[in-house]
Design a protein around this ligand. Structure first.
Ligand SMILES: Cc1cc2nc3c(=O)[nH]c(=O)nc-3n(C[C@H](O)[C@H](O)[C@H](O)COP(=O)(O)OP(=O)(O)OC[C@H]3O[C@@H](n4cnc5c(N)ncnc54)[C@H](O)[C@@H]3O)c2cc1C
Length: 380
């Protein structure tokens, strides 16, 4: 057994925590047991999910093996879901494992999709990604196994942010690469967003480029259209109109994990943990949070993987400072960051503030950045 007399517990193997584990593995804090609790052993990198759907990446390209990462860093990996906190006794409650004691705690558990209205058997949320991945692979198999001619499938995506747009273009590309012996025609794709335009947080040039692309690929776009009900074979919008949908992917705004409501931590209106500039919870300085689950009280930002990645180094520094009794350093998130949005066919658009670039080389640039990020945490 180690000679540790205190423990740092990390919940969630998200984009910030993989960097924390890597850094604390290289420079281990004295007499500290480092424990990671995460639901899955293989944590997905969502930036590569559209490329996986399009068929450009394999499972191993877009996943980090957390057990191996922990082993290399001398950390303990517990594959389980955290379901509660006892902040008085400083213990994490898990679904199966016995409670895990902590001196300092950090959460990087991502966001939870909003509930799908209606029959959720006919729709799948993009997160958790492992469930979406299984459903997607099953759909691909079903289509390839079809032998009887049938009507074209209708595939709907609800959500017009970058993730929804990238995924519909990736699916469209992949279906057009498949042999579909039983299908009379390629699937019909539709994208629904309640906003007046797709990609509302991006500049007008980026939005126009993607509207044109959707039209060019015959993907129906329904803006200002809120889906209120999912049923077997169709979706119903706020005006009571029905739209055909054999498969629906739900990629709308997200919220904090419901179990956090019982922890007594200060949460924002969407259930995300409110943190100050040092990434400490505003209600409990022993608890830090980063990535989607953290809501920066002084610098609100949209939920993005880039932000979670950027928060890895300051989170690691501040956890180390907390463990060694030093002052924590404030973190200032960028106001604008680079988004690289892929279009399914090894082409991508770069967007930052009012700035816009597009091309095959942008996809190669994105591919390089994503692979370089992954290589840091994979065996090499
Ligand atoms: C298709 C798609 C494409 C995207 N592309 C981009 C992009 O190109 N650029 C960009 O900036 N953003 C992108 N995003 C947004 C990005 O996915 C998120 O902002 C990012 O994943 C947040 O990272 P995170 O570290 O907060 O959490 P996550 O990456 O969601 O990781 C959370 C981890 O915590 C684990 N976990 C969750 N709950 C528990 C629990 N209770 N107990 C234990 N473990 C738990 C999960 O299993 C997971 O491993 C994309 C999103 C999607 C869906």
């Amino acid at each position: 057994m180690s000679n540790a007399d205190r423990s740092l517990v990390l919940i969630g193997g998200g984009h910030s925590h993989v960097e924390v584990i890597r850094r604390l593995g290289l420079h281990p804090p004295p007499r500290t047991q480092l424990i990671l609790i995460s639901r899955e052993r293989y944590t997905p990198y969502s930036g590569m999910l559209p490329g996986f759907v399009a068929g450009h990446y394999r499972f191993s390209d877009m996943h980090i093996d957390l057990a191996r990462l922990c082993e290399r860093a001398g950390a303990t990996f517990i594959q389980d879901a955290a379901i509660g906190l006892n902040r008085t006794e400083r213990r994490v409650r898990c679904q199966r494992h016995s409670p895990v004691a902590y001196d300092f705690l950090s959460l990087d558990i991502g966001s939870t999709p909003q509930a799908i209205p209606g029959d959720s058997d006919n729709a799948v949320a993009v997160k958790p990604i492992p469930r979406f991945r299984e459903r997607w692979l099953a759909l691909l198999e079903r289509i390839q196994d079809l032998r009887e001619p049938r009507e074209p499938l209708s595939i709907a995506i609800v959500g017009g942010g970058a993730a929804g747009v990238e995924l519909i273009l990736a699916m469209h590309y992949r279906f057009n690469q498949l042999e579909r012996p039983g299908l009379q025609a390629p699937p019909r794709f539709s994208l629904f967003t309640r906003s007046t335009d797709i990609l509302p947080t991006h500049n007008a040039l980026v939005r126009r480029q993607f509207r044109r692309l959707l039209a060019k690929r015959n993907i129906e776009l329904h803006t200002g259209c809120e889906i209120r009900k999912v049923a077997n074979g169709w979706l119903e919008d706020g005006n009571g109109r029905r739209h055909p949908a054999d498969e629906t992917l739900w990629v709308t705004g997200a919220q904090g994990a419901p179990w956090l409501m019982e922890t007594g931590l200060a949460l924002d209106s969407a259930g995300f943990i409110q943190v100050g500039p040092t990434l400490q919870s505003v209600s409990d300085p022993r608890i830090l949070a980063a990535g989607d689950i953290a809501s920066l009280v002084d610098h609100p930002r949209e939920k993005a993987g880039v932000i979670a990645v950027h928060q890895g180094p300051p989170l690691a520094r501040n956890l180390l400072a907390a463990l060694t009794g030093n002052d924590l350093t404030p973190y200032h998130p960028q106001r604008h960051w680079l988004s690289l949005i892929s279009t399914g066919d090894r082409y991508a658009v770069a967007s930052k503030g009012r700035w816009y670039l597009a091309g095959r080389w942008v996809w190669r640039w994105k591919d390089y950045i994503d692979r370089r990020f992954m290589a840091r945490y994979q065996d090499g």
